[in-house]
Design a protein around this ligand. Structure first.
Ligand SMILES: Cc1cc2nc3c(=O)[nH]c(=O)nc-3n(C[C@H](O)[C@H](O)[C@H](O)COP(=O)(O)O)c2cc1C
Length: 461
């Protein structure tokens, strides 16, 4: 049975991918060191899990960058990296009810009242622009006040005091709606923040499209291929992962707004836009030797890659219902994840690329640009994609604009008042039914031949 805890994942990485597990024993500062080290690794082409054993001024270890690496995420699901979107799509539709346990390791130590102090956690300050240290790996859970169905998802949490966190529900999805419904009744929303989850929970929490009666915890079970093991909170009927490191129970206040942000967001910009909500903590419980999980913020792959995979899966799902000749979808991390999608297709008729553009843009409102290419173009190689865009399009004919469409609030080009923006579709497929310029190619056998010569000349390929 898979160990469903964050520790289970860390053990797997250290055992099976030792080069992808880095321990930093030298003291590091709470300010900037942890997130900026993730960016230095990325600049060197690496995305290892990093565990900081010694954060100055704190006893607790911090682990980051658990989700920036397609190989490790594939290993977590037991599939090859390029099979991730398809595996994600299939397993997310196999809902498995949770298994509720009476006790959990995170119940070992618990603090409430005057003893509760969130400032004792080594919460990183990620960027110089950030208003305060931010919890970035807090899975917030709450129930729909009308149906009782719960959800769980990451939301940035600004440290505001011993028992207070600021948050922004800008994605305007289920949690935003649950809070709005509680507020309409004049009530706060009971909520719990879980820190220290397996990346499969992270993946499941990014599922967007599923029927209203389903619990995200059941989708996570589908991804694990087994019931997700959860335990009940002390102060509410919320259920959180049994394997968690830390659980913070409390509520999101009704009709209360306080300044929140700025925060270095996935777009690569400081975000000053926020719904400015307030979470008040009532209790914090943790393992005796709890490790703090932090997601590297900004444009780090740790922040973006799982959203990319879940959007690849959702868009593929929509497109292949109607266009079986779609060969793949890539949502690149470097274009801030969900803002852009590249679709590969084996075009058989004119107009299919535009069908794909409309369907892909309609699947996910974050998506503002869709590029469709022929299947001789490698959608995961952005140089190849740009080559196709520049050599296979005529701007007046192949670029489609959709003004006034719903965009992501955090997209700096979205209208500051109503958050709309102009979406773009690029048909970079060759015209069908007539000859087009012949692409230069080097045959596989020829490549093998010169690679052999190069290797014998001492070049490591
Ligand atoms: C690391 C990370 C941080 C996130 N932070 C926020 C946030 O601060 N506010 C927000 O509304 N969405 C945030 N999101 C996106 C939501 O978690 C995501 O849209 C989720 O699917 C919402 O779930 P729900 O529809 O069940 O509420 C974040 C996602 C990730 C991966």
């Amino acid at each position: 049975m898979t160990d469903q805890s964050m520790r289970g994942f860390l053990d797997m990485v250290e055992r099976d991918f030792p080069d992808e597990f880095v321990r930093i024993r030298e003291p590091v500062r709470q300010e900037f060191d942890m997130t900026s080290m993730v960016f230095e690794f990325e600049k060197a082409g690496r995305t290892p899990v990093i565990q900081f054993e010694n954060v100055e001024g704190f006893d607790m270890k911090v682990v980051t960058n658990l989700a920036g690496n397609r190989t490790l995420l594939g290993a977590a699901l037991g599939v090859a990296p390029d099979a991730l979107p398809a595996a994600y799509r299939e397993r997310c539709q196999n809902y498995i009810p949770v298994e509720t346990l009476d006790t959990a390791p995170w119940q070992e130590v618990t603090f409430e009242g005057d003893e509760l102090d969130l400032t004792k956690l080594p919460i990183p300050l990620h960027f110089a622009v950030d208003a305060a240290p931010y919890i970035t790996a807090g899975q917030l859970s709450a129930r729909d006040p009308e149906t009782g169905i719960d959800t769980t998802g990451f939301h940035r949490l600004m440290l505001k005091g011993k028992n207070k966190l600021g948050l922004s529900l800008h994605s305007r999805r289920r949690m935003y709606e649950f809070h709005r419904r509680a507020e309409a009744r004049g009530e706060p929303l009971q909520a719990a923040i879980t820190l220290g989850i397996h990346p499969i929970h992270y993946m499941g929490s990014m599922a967007y499209h599923y029927p209203p009666g389903v619990r995200k915890l059941e989708i996570i079970g589908g991804l694990f291929g087994a019931p997700y093991r959860v335990a009940r909170c002390f102060d509410s009927d919320l259920e959180v992962p049994e394997g968690a490191e830390i659980v913070i129970e409390g509520e999101i206040l009704a009709n209360t707004h306080e300044p929140e942000g700025p925060f270095g967001e996935f777009t690569g910009y400081a975000s000053y836009r926020s719904t400015e909500n307030v979470f008040v903590a009532k209790r914090i419980s943790m393992r005796r030797d709890a490790i703090l999980h932090s997601v590297a913020s900004g444009t780090a792959a740790d922040h973006i890659l799982i959203s990319s995979i879940s959007r690849e899966a959702e868009i593929l799902n929509t497109l292949q219902r109607n266009l079986p000749n779609v060969t793949g979808v890539h949502v690149p991390v470097i274009t801030a994840g969900g803002l852009m999608a590249i679709v590969g297709m084996k075009k058989t008729a004119e107009g299919q690329a535009r069908q794909a553009i409309m369907a892909a843009l309609g699947t996910e409102f974050y998506c503002k640009c869709v590029v469709v290419v022929d299947d001789d173009v490698d959608i995961f190689n952005l140089s190849d994609v740009m080559w196709a865009v520049i050599t296979r399009t005529r701007a007046d004919k192949d670029f489609v604009f959709i003004p006034g469409a719903m965009g992501a609030i955090l997209d700096p080009t979205s209208d500051p008042e109503d958050h709309t923006l102009t979406k773009l579709g690029v048909d970079a497929t060759k015209p069908s039914g007539r000859d087009f310029a012949e692409r230069l190619t080097i045959a596989g056998g020829q490549r093998d031949r010169v690679r052999g010569i190069m290797e014998r000349a001492g070049f490591k390929l």
